[in-house]
Design a protein around this ligand. Structure first.
Ligand code: FAD
Length: 456
């Protein structure tokens, strides 16, 4: 019987592990559990939210990328580590059990939600394709409604947008969406463009502290030159349908609070019988879970020792690490099948790129500070290179070329009309089961519900 390898998550980490294992473990039966049939290229989400890219341009088809991996369309909601079974909620809603000999966990992260009154109800995320699409429609709808409102207070409230978080996700989201709202506002006769206000609220004293003071300041200059308010050293203490309250006492009338203040590892990690570090699953430098050599974890969901930095550091949750860790993970899974020694993950970070929309960006490739047009060139070239799928690269390049001439697409698509917009609804954070619940749920499933073709 061939060995059964199950990969959970089809993002940067999981899809690459499966793709590499197809070659490295030719006799193994590989299954990839993922709720979506695409790999989402998250760094492009702010451009999707702003209408500079269509949603389909930010994804790579898994069925096209993977040749013999069987896709299991669903979400892993629990794992019975002792019985080596993954409990999956299929996209049909039915539970399924997927047994494994080797398990690779790469379910990524979700938006980090803090205990702030109103945040769960009124905070909007930008972590999934659905959230980006929702955000775009929501922002465009605010301007449309403001244009027809006779109430000046309502007009002002709908035209103010608050982004919480001055990391790369928040900065890119604010920078790109502000460009779009400035285009749209000029088309509406009853909206004074000066009424459209964007705020970036950042708890730290600088933007994107990981990129250093100089690039943080360059970013701030670009944002402020577009009229975006950058509020540093300030947090949000409450939010409701009408107002965001800041820690300095200000009350900003707004219908839109975009919450990008960090990520939390997938809740699945905290539901296993295994140690976690700040929610990330603890693994060794060989990416295996201590006590469970048959289970490996990587990407945003795992606390992978950062041997290049040393001193007990763990790797930052970046796409760069996730993709590099995939190489080591696939090699180690394949090695374990043939009794070969495994290797340690070691990678020195190559830097970050941050798209600020238009011809503006900041980047730090190999430790060199870049801003303006050179950074924009590096940023776009890096994204195209990192997508590594010719059809996806062509789609993004064509959309950028069109966007440079036409500007962003500013139509509301309306697919998500009726969605609550709540983080938990879009990111399914309430779906997970603890080990006891997982065992009970697995025991309750009739044998016939295991996925077709899974050798039990
Ligand atoms: C707006 C934004 C911009 C970013 N920009 C950059 C950047 O410029 N550079 C950079 O290096 N990093 C960037 N990042 C971070 C980067 O995207 C992540 O570090 C990277 O995606 C992590 O890869 P991953 O495979 O661990 O997780 P993901 O890419 O998030 O993939 C997780 C996968 O698991 C699936 N999944 C989730 N839960 C389950 C489950 N229970 N069962 C099965 N499947 C599941 C998801 O659907 C997804 O397919 C950005 C992030 C955001 C949000």
């Amino acid at each position: 019987m061939s060995e059964r390898i199950v990969v959970v998550g089809g993002g940067f980490a999981g899809s690459d592990v499966a793709r590499r294992l197809e070659k490295l473990a030719p006799d193994a039966a590989i299954r990839l559990v993922c709720p979506d049939d695409y790999m989402l290229y998250l760094p492009l989400l702010p451009q999707v939210a702003a209408g500079f890219l269509p949603a389909a341009a930010a994804v790579v088809s898994l069925s096209r990328r993977l040749r013999r991996t069987v896709l299991v369309p669903g979400r892993a909601t629990g794992v019975d580590l002792a019985a080596r079974r993954v409990l999956v909620r299929s996209i049909t809603g039915n539970p399924e059990v997927v047994p494994y000999d080797r398990l690779v966990l790469a379910p990524g992260s979700v938006t980090k939600v803090m205990d702030i009154p109103g945040l769960r109800e009124y905070g909007r995320g930008c972590k999934t394709l659905a959230e980006a699409a929702f955000l775009r429609d929501h922002v465009l709808a605010q301007l449309e409604v403001a244009n027809t409102s006779h109430d000046p207070d309502e007009r002002a409230r709908r035209c103010r947008f608050v982004v919480v978080g001055g990391g790369y996700a928040g900065v890119e989201t604010a920078a790109n969406l502000q460009l779009t709202t400035s285009v749209v506002a000029r088309r509406f006769p009853r909206i004074d463009p000066a009424l459209v206000q964007w705020h970036v609220v950042q708890h730290h004293d600088g933007l994107m502290p990981g990129l250093g003071d100089r690039l943080g300041e360059d970013t701030r200059r670009v944002l402020e030159s577009r009229g975006i308010h950058v509020d540093l050293g300030v947090g949000v203490t409450a939010v409701d349908d009408e107002t965001a309250t800041l820690s300095d006492g200000r009350e900003l009338p707004t219908k839109t609070l975009i919450w990008t203040a960090g990520g939390s590892p997938s809740p699945l990690m905290g539901r296993l019988d295994a140690a976690t570090d700040h929610g990330r699953l603890v693994v060794g430098a060989d990416l295996a879970v201590p006590g469970h050599p048959e289970v490996l974890a990587l990407g945003d969901a795992a606390a992978v020792p950062d041997l290049a930095t040393g001193g007990g550091a763990v790797c930052a949750p970046t796409a760069q690490h996730a993709s590099r860790q995939a190489r080591t993970t696939a090699a180690n899974v394949a090695a374990s099948l043939t009794g070969q020694p495994t290797r340690e993950y070691r990678h020195r970070d190559l830097g970050m790129v941050v798209d600020l929309g238009g011809a503006e960006a900041v980047a730090k490739p190999f430790g060199v500070d870049l801003s303006g047009v050179p950074a924009a060139g590096v940023t776009r070239a890096y994204h195209l290179w990192a997508m590594r799928a010719p059809a996806a690269i062509a789609r993004v390049a064509a959309a950028w070329a069109l966007g440079a001439v036409e500007g962003p697409s500013t139509v509301r698509l309306g697919f998500l009309t009726g969605a609550s917009g709540r983080l938990a609804e879009f990111e399914h954070t309430d779906d997970y089961l603890d080990p006891t619940e997982t065992r009970e749920a697995i025991a309750a499933i009739p044998d016939g519900l295991t996925p077709r073709g899974s050798p039990a």
